[in-house]
Design a protein. Structure first.
Length: 51
């Protein structure tokens, strides 16, 4: 999968690395500011057990 993503991106290797870093930052931003706050009401910390 990573090889396919690498071959789809345009430009030389340093530009591909830059695009991948921007893409990873966008995914992390989306998770922290949209997905995690949306999911947090469904997770009750008092009911979490490790067994």
């Amino acid at each position: 999968m990573y090889a396919a993503l690498w071959h789809v991106l345009p430009g030389p290797w340093w530009l591909r690395v830059f695009f991948l870093l921007i893409l990873a930052a966008a995914v992390v931003y989306g998770l922290f500011f949209y997905v995690f706050p949306w999911v947090s009401p469904f997770i009750v910390p008092q009911e979490v057990t490790v067994g």
